[in-house]
Every structure is written in structure tokens, then in C-alpha cells.
Design a protein around this ligand. Structure first.
Ligand code: NAP
Length: 258
């Protein structure tokens, strides 16, 4: 299928590894020119070099996207994006009783207020040009809370509420906003979560992974490539009628009819 977005410009936040990189690669395969961001420049430059192999231009911005300076640097590198993929690292796990106000503020800054700030910066131009796509990487925790990820449950629910209203306000101008909700995917984040289980339950990493896989109807972790393919479709010309949706990619892990 021709996605119809060759030559468009995209910002991919937190895109040197994992799900962000999967999105960047799928968009590069579709001919989209990229500005990709992450904090560490080594892996970022390696990813950029690999993505240039698809024949698109790739600009890197090494910065913390959760800071105002980081966001300014990314927007300076791409002031008029057609596509915005919002992403950042997830908050740390813990117990509901662990977190103080500062922990919530940090989680809200990273996983709610950062994507909102970037949308506020990019949406007016997209609306003026009559075309735009925004995809926010959130989590399955929006549909089904993950007890040890209370900070993530809370911050991502806030972003989801904002998107639900905003998506309907920008849709008349040819701009869509949708959220992708990953279940467990085979990335560094999954390894970090598995090592938490391994330590807490005194079991091997293999056993921690096998235990988690047994809870997923697909009996495996998702891949960044699968995730990226859905992101590229949502960013495509073909997906213009998909507005304000929350799309689970979780191998069936969330046990719900709708
Ligand atoms: P990952 O493999 O650990 O990759 C994270 C990427 O984000 C890296 O490129 C990292 O590069 C970059 N990054 C992290 N914090 C950043 C910041 N403040 N500013 C700029 N770049 C930043 O993580 P992932 O698995 O792809 O997860 C992506 C998001 O999906 C996270 O929010 C995670 O909580 C969520 N999620 C993941 C899963 C899963 O199973 N993987 C499931 C549900 C939700 P640097 O470290 O160099 O900055």
C-alpha cells in the first residue's frame, strides 16, 4: 500500500531506540524526512545513519524532550512538521504509597505536559496548511491500569483526556491526533521491567519473561517493527478518518470486549 506521505516532514521524539525508533523506521520506509531526538547522541547518530539508508534526510537533535530547551531545539530543527510522534521514557515503577508530589510532577511533565506542549506548538501550522498527523505513544495502562506503574497510569490518563477533546477541534482542518497504546514490547523498557520482576521474585530473567508471556494471548512480546507499522499507517494519507482513537497493540493482553 502506498501510504501517500513520501516527502512529508516528521518529528519523532525519543526515537533512537525501541518503539520511537520503530516509528521512525516505518516513516523513513514510507519516504518521510525525519528529525529524530533522544538524549544520548551516540545511539541517536547510529540510528540516524541506519535510517538514511532508506533515502530520506534525517536530522538529529540530542536533547531531553521533557525540558523546554529540548523542545525548543527540536522545533528549531523542524519548525513546520507535517507529522509529530510524541514519546518519552516512562516513569519508574513503585507502590501507590511511595510517590510524593514531586514524583507526580515529574511524570506529568514527561508523559502529559511535554506532548501537550509539542502539540500546542505544531497544531496551528498543521491546521493552517490543512494537513497534519499527531501520534502519541501512551500505554495499555490507559485502558487497564498496571498496579506498579501508578505514575504512568495517572499521567497518561491526563494526556488521553486532553487528546479526546483536542482531536475533535483540529479534525475540521485536516489534522488527526490519535494515541497508540503499547502492551509489552521487546525493548530496553521491557528488559528493565522484567529485571524488576526478576529481582523482586528472585527468579531468572528468562522466567520473568516467560511468566509475562504466559499472560498474553499472543504468547510473545510485540516488536518495534509491528508498532512502527501501525504508527506509519496512522500518519498516512489513508488514515484521515481516524480521529481521537486509542489503539491497543498488546497481543490481546487487555481482556476487554471494546
Ligand atoms: P526504550 O526502548 O527504553 O527507548 C526509549 C527511547 O526514548 C530511547 O531512544 C531514549 O533515548 C529516549 N528517551 C527517553 N527519555 C527521553 C527524554 N527525556 N528525552 C528524549 N529522549 C528520551 O523505551 P520503549 O520501550 O521504546 O518505550 C517508549 C515509551 O512507551 C515509554 O514511555 C514507555 O513507558 C512506553 N511503553 C513501553 C512499553 C514496552 O513494553 N516497551 C509498554 C507500554 C508503554 P535516551 O535514553 O538516549 O534519551
Amino acid at each position: 500500500m502506498d501510504l501517500g506521505i513520501s516527502g512529508k516532514k516528521a518529528i519523532i521524539c525519543a526515537g533512537s531506540k525501541g518503539l520511537g525508533r520503530g516509528c521512525a523506521q516505518a516513516l523513513a520506509e514510507a519516504g518521510v524526512n525525519l528529525v529524530i531526538n533522544a538524549r544520548s547522541s551516540g545511539p541517536l547518530e547510529e540510528t540516524a545513519e541506519a535510517l538514511r539508508g532508506f533515502g530520506v534526510s534525517v536530522t538529529t537533535v540530542a536533547a531531553d524532550i521533557t525540558s523546554q530547551e529540548g523542545r525548543n531545539a527540536v522545533l528549531a530543527a523542524c519548525p513546520a512538521p507535517d507529522i509529530l510522534v510524541n514519546n518519552a521514557g516512562g516513569p519508574p515503577p513503585g507502590m501507590w504509597s511511595d510517590w510524593e508530589r514531586e514524583d507526580f510532577i515529574a511524570a506529568l511533565d514527561a508523559n502529559m505536559l511535554t506532548p501537550i506542549a509539542l502539540m500546542k506548538a505544531c497544531l496551528p501550522g498543521m491546521m493552517e496548511r490543512g494537513w497534519g498527523r499527531v501520534v502519541n505513544i501512551t500505554s495499555q495502562s490507559v485502558k487497564s491500569p498496571i498496579p506498579v506503574l501508578g505514575l504512568s497510569n495517572a499521567a497518561r490518563a491526563g494526556l488521553t483526556g486532553y487528546v479526546a477533546g483536542t482531536a475533535r477541534q483540529v479534525a475540521p482542518h485536516g489534522v488527526t491526533i490519535n494515541n497508540l497504546l503499547p502492551g509489552i514490547h521487546d525493548t530496553d523498557r521491557a528488559t528493565a521491567l522484567d529485571s524488576g520482576v526478576s529481582r523482586a521474585e528472585n527468579i531468572s530473567m528468562e522466567d520473568a519473561r516467560a511468566k509475562r508471556e504466559a499472560t498474553i494471548p499472543a504468547r510473545r512480546y510485540g516488536t518495534s517493527e509491528e508498532f512502527g507499522a501501525m504508527c506509519a499507517f496512522l500518519c498516512s494519507e489513508r488514515a484521515g478518518f481516524i480521529v481521537g482513537q486509542n489503539i491497543l497493540l498488546d497481543g490481546g493482553a487487555v481482556n476487554a470486549t471494546l
